[in-house]
Ligand binder design. Structure first.
Ligand code: ZN
Ligand code: ZN
Length: 387
């Protein structure tokens, strides 16, 4: 048995040489016949005959199989290691975002909504407030200066915004202004040209493109720096975020109606992840799926689903066309836009004022000149627009 084992080992070496050297594999090496190579590596003529027989049948097949397997394994390993070696990925964010989402999905699927209804309603209300902090606060008020607000309303907006647990006021506003100014270019922090996943959440898992940083430095942030409420939020942001987004919302059910810690925490985590995804959907869904009644030359689209989950932020083709409109949409035609309703209520109280909106004529002219023809006024000019 021993000599045969040696022969088989020799044969395998020979096969490996064939894989490494295509010339050997094809029998063209040094003008030798492949069979002659086996003769040279064999200890005796008798055993060589046996080996040659094996080579002609099984080993050739083995070469093919192992070469195929190696290619497959190598291919996967290469891709995997290339991915791991990338130095533009923020692994801390990848892990945190992934873990939060896994817990939230489990929570959504297993939550006892009816038996713990008080905690569910509480999480729902915090979610509403946080969503308004994003839509009416950081987006329409701070990023676009679409209306003015007195100090009391600004404080409310700040607490609502912090409850959403996103980036700081300064970072959020700068990223959003860059997004509008350099939309769908490398300078856009969530450039949708880099794919749906990147524009939704991937951009938070990666280091910023150099253009985002360089163009971001050109953005005028003097209004944010001059706002004492925003400045206070910026100074104490980490503590505020921890307390307003997590600690207080979790503690209230425990101390006010004897909720257990598990459900108090789980409902808030689900709320947190929901508001995050609703916010991100504007950058992803509303840049991919919908029509362009106001400007067919830009990427953002009108998306009713996004408007529903974000209280009116999905009318994104309009918003990119008229970014300073406090309504972020035309009103009417059953358009869902509860953020505008809430701002209108604050305007009635006198806390919100100088609400900006373009003239009807400008909107009509823009639709005519740049729209894709899907606006209701394009289809039927006798009908009042979107009434
Ligand atoms: Zn956008
Ligand atoms: Zn905007």
């Amino acid at each position: 048995m021993a000599p045969n084992n040696v022969i088989v080992a020799e044969e395998e070496k020979s096969c490996n040489r064939r894989k490494e050297n295509p010339e050997i594999a094809s029998g063209r090496s040094n003008g030798h016949d492949p069979k002659k190579n086996h003769h040279r590596s064999s200890p005796s003529t008798t055993t060589t005959t046996i080996t040659t027989t094996i080579t002609n049948t099984d080993v050739n097949e083995n070469v093919d199989k192992s070469a195929e397997a190696k290619k497959y394994v190598d291919g996967r390993q290469q891709d995997w290691w290339t991915f791991l070696r990338r130095d533009d990925i923020k692994w801390r964010n990848v892990i945190l975002i992934s873990v939060f989402h896994m817990i939230a999905v489990y929570g959504f699927l297993t939550a006892p909504y009816l038996t713990h209804w008080k905690t569910f309603i509480w999480a729902f209300l915090i979610g509403m407030a946080a969503a308004f902090g994003i839509t009416g606060g950081i987006h329409r008020f701070w990023s676009h200066k679409a209306y003015k607000a007195n100090t009391f309303l600004r404080i409310i907006l700040m607490f609502c915004f912090v409850a959403a647990g996103q980036n700081s006021i300064h970072e959020w506003v700068r990223d959003h202004r860059v997004h509008h100014k350099f939309s769908e270019t490398d300078a856009d922090p969530h450039n949708s040209k880099r794919g749906f996943f990147f524009s939704h959440v991937g951009w938070l898992m990666m280091k910023k493109h150099p253009d985002v940083i360089s163009k971001g430095k050109l953005i005028d942030m003097s209004d944010i720096e001059a706002d004492p409420v925003a400045a206070f939020c910026e100074r104490h942001f980490t503590l505020l975020k921890l307390m307003v987004c997590f600690v207080v919302p979790i503690c209230v059910p425990v101390y006010c109606w004897d909720e257990d810690w598990y459900h108090a925490t789980m409902f808030q985590l689900c709320r947190y992840v929901y508001v995050l995804n609703a916010t991100w959907s504007v950058n992803s869904f509303a840049h991919f799926f919908g029509n362009k009644p106001y400007d067919r030359y830009i990427g953002p689209v009108e998306n009713g689903f996004v408007s529903y989950v974000t209280f009116g932020e999905g009318w994104h083709n309009y918003h990119h066309t008229f970014p300073q409109d406090y309504r972020a949409a035309e009103i009417g035609g059953g358009r869902f836009n509860s953020t505008t309703t809430i701002i209108d209520l604050f305007a009635k109280l006198g806390w919100a004022y100088d609400l900006k909106e373009p003239s009807e004529q400008l909107i009509a002219k823009t639709i005519e000149n740049r729209g894709d023809g899907t606006h209701c006024s394009s289809r039927d000019r006798n009908r009042a627009r979107c009434e």
